[in-house]
Ligand binder design. Structure first.
Ligand SMILES: [Zn+2]
Length: 361
């Protein structure tokens, strides 16, 4: 006998010894099912059940037999998913309710709410036990004991044969989808006048789209005029959609810190007011961490003579500005503001990020 066989034999012996005191009753003792009543929502004749169930399932569910301890297919199952009645498919337990009771049968400390399991006083074999059956089809599941080790104090001792396990959908397809989506990311940045910031990002390789608008305030769909008044709470921002395969947030923020002054509170050059504040609106923890670590590094290395005051705020909403504010620089290159304020920023960007410039026609 191999070591494994010896172990199995030991387990079986222990199991059979505990069988009576735990869930079991002597195996192969046929006790005709009286539970199958017309009141069960799913009612089938014995012939129908026989054709539907395996002989083991029939023996347990319909004849109330108990499978041998330590033999059930679900005893050691630790996968995430739902345990359903093998007779009718009603969901009875989840993986979160399962615990290792060492009694030889799958054990649960509670059931899925909703009265899906019925209890019946079972005085067979000289014992007073509480039998549990599927409320939908009347199928015998096992017994319920009040000696559970968890907070509920309960132990649903259930035959594997009474259950079908439905594994929770593997996260893989979702993951693949998430990966596809994560190739594209969005960040919303306030760096003073959005005309300037937008013009720069239009030129960065890997940027898919840039829109000028407003974020961080209370007003719904504000106009440029309202935001200029300075009491909407909004900042002028650009919303950048970028391709993670060609650029990343790290680079986008390096550009951001190059083309605006992050050390002046609520002002940017001649533009003054809360709407011109330096702010990064993050959408997830990763964006938050990236923003914080770059700001920390800038301060630690004293890149600017004064501390960085850029706010890192949770993204709530973005309101696109009026059409005439989109692509402002490219539409208005000859205007003095574009020449004097925006063009130098673009030149600075193009000098520092010369390898990263997208060809603009
Ligand atoms: Zn059932």
């Amino acid at each position: 006998m191999t070591k494994m066989n010896t172990l199995m034999a030991m387990l079986l012996t222990i199991g059979i010894m505990t069988a009576i005191c735990a869930c079991g009753q002597p195996n192969n003792t046929s006790l005709k099912a009286n539970v199958v009543t017309a009141s069960s929502a799913v009612f089938k004749t014995e012939k129908e059940w026989k054709s539907l169930l395996t002989s083991e399932q029939y023996s347990v569910l319909r004849e109330k037999n108990t499978e041998a301890p330590f033999t059930g297919k679900l005893l050691y199952n630790k996968s995430k998913g739902v345990y359903k009645c093998a007779g009718c498919g009603t969901a009875l337990f989840t993986d979160e309710m399962k615990f290792d009771s060492h009694c030889g049968w799958p054990s649960f400390d509670r059931e899925i709410a909703g009265g899906k399991i019925k209890t019946i006083q079972d005085d067979s074999y000289g014992m007073h036990r509480t039998e549990i059956v599927c409320a939908t089809c009347g199928g015998h599941l096992g017994h319920l004991f009040d000696d559970g080790p968890t907070k509920t104090g309960m132990r649903y001792c259930v035959n594997s044969a009474s259950l079908n396990f439905e594994k929770a959908e593997a996260p893989q397809p979702k993951q693949q989808k998430a990966n596809l989506i994560s190739d594209r990311d969005t960040i919303t940045l306030g760096g003073g006048c959005y005309w300037c910031v937008e013009a720069v990002y239009e030129r960065l390789n890997g940027v898919i789209s840039v829109e000028s608008g407003f974020s961080g305030g209370q007003a719904i769909s504000p106009s440029y005029r309202q935001v200029c008044m300075g009491n909407t709470g909004h900042a002028e921002v650009v919303q950048i959609v970028y391709d993670n395969k060609k650029t990343n947030l790290d680079e986008i923020l390096k550009v951001f810190f190059t083309v605006h002054d992050p050390t002046t509170l609520n002002s940017q050059g001649a533009d003054e007011g809360e709407q011109y504040r330096s702010v990064i609106f993050y959408r997830n923890k990763s964006q938050y961490n990236t923003a914080k670590s770059i700001i920390d590094a800038l301060n630690k290395n004293k890149v600017y003579p004064n501390p960085v005051v850029t706010a890192v705020e949770s993204f709530k909403a973005f309101y696109k500005a009026e059409e005439e504010h989109q692509n402002y620089y490219d539409q208005n290159k000859s205007k003095p503001y574009c020449k004097m304020v925006i063009q130098p920023k673009i030149e600075k960007f193009e000098k520092l990020f010369k390898d990263r410039i997208r060809k603009v026609n």
